[in-house]
Design a protein around this ligand. Structure first.
Ligand SMILES: Nc1ncnc2c1ncn2[C@@H]1O[C@H](COP(=O)(O)OP(=O)(O)OP(=O)(O)O)[C@@H](O)[C@H]1O
Length: 265
């Protein structure tokens, strides 16, 4: 079991150079994510969700506070934290298999072994047989699967995902949610997922976190079990119609759409 920890983390972005002020985007965030958790983050646009993910990935350094993996402070991006973006960011000049094998190449793994592992990952994401296909021949959902397989190739402890399903149509998105849950359950990799969809945040997570802006602060941290029920085969419609789901949906809606805040923003 691994733990990704943000301890009293704040982030400022430089403001107007003439006024020499700085803008506080995240304020005093403390968050611990274990590698058996699926944590979703929701919040209004500008509440700092992507900044939070960029900090966890090591793309940004905190202004204050510390970020640790298993007690060791991170000093930038590393293979233990893989990132998946909304834009799949695949290499169009490589086929599906070679996209997945790319990080393995960086790790100095021999060609045959790379191919074997990439084919295993293709099977894991339900794309066996698609290894030779060009990226532009794949649908949006398939491309995101290749992106997730590529992220899993370096055997990360945490999968950090910024709206990975945001560009997909509703039906594909629902299928991909189920797929993501399965991959997470089978891989033993901790997940941190940013989403604008309250339904998605509730369905996938073992914990949902809400961020409110100006500056971004954690306002709720709620344990959930809808994903487990979904994985166990309970129909989606039944889960969404349950009193508990509706109650939490309303609670999260009011948390992230605070009228007073809307005026202040
Ligand atoms: N590089 C940067 N320099 C200055 N300000 C930035 C920078 N990146 C983000 N910001 C500001 O920080 C705040 C938080 O941005 P962030 O992208 O983290 O929010 P978000 O919740 O992910 O938003 P969205 O839901 O729209 O993607 C915003 O006000 C944004 O304008």
């Amino acid at each position: 079991m691994s733990i990704l920890s943000l301890q009293s983390v704040s982030l400022n972005f430089p403001g107007d150079r003439r006024r020499q002020d700085a803008r506080r985007v995240l304020d005093n965030l403390t968050l611990h994510i274990a590698s058996d958790e699926f944590v979703t983050v929701i919040g209004r646009s500008g509440s700092g969700k992507t900044s939070l993910l960029n900090l966890a990935a090591g793309f940004l350094a905190p202004t204050e506070g510390r970020i640790l993996v298993d007690g060791k402070e991170i000093d930038g991006p590393a293979a233990d934290r893989a990132v998946v973006f909304q834009d799949d960011a695949l290499y169009p000049w490589l086929n599906a298999r070679d996209n997945i094998a790319f990080p393995l190449r960086l790790h100095g793994i021999a060609k045959e072994e790379r191919r074997r592992r990439a084919d295993g990952l293709l099977a894991k994401v339900g794309l066996e047989g698609a290894g030779d296909r060009n990226i532009w021949e794949l649908s949006g959902g398939m491309r995101q699967r290749v992106g997730i397989a590529r992220a899993l190739a370096s055997d990360p402890r945490f999968l950090l995902m910024d709206e990975p399903l945001g560009a997909l149509d509703a039906l594909t998105r629902t299928r991909m949610q189920q797929f993501l849950l399965k991959v997470w359950a089978e891989s033993g990799t901790g997940a941190l997922l940013i989403t604008h969809s309250i339904d998605e945040a509730l369905l996938l997570a073992t914990r949902v976190i809400t961020l409110t802006p100006n500056p971004g602060r954690i306002t709720a941290d709620i344990p959930l079990s809808f994903g487990k029920r979904y994985l166990a085969g309970e129909p989606l419609a039944e889960i969404k119609a349950s009193t508990e789901f509706k109650r939490l949906h309303d609670e999260l809606t009011s948390l992230i759409h605070d009228e007073n805040e809307e005026e202040a923003a």
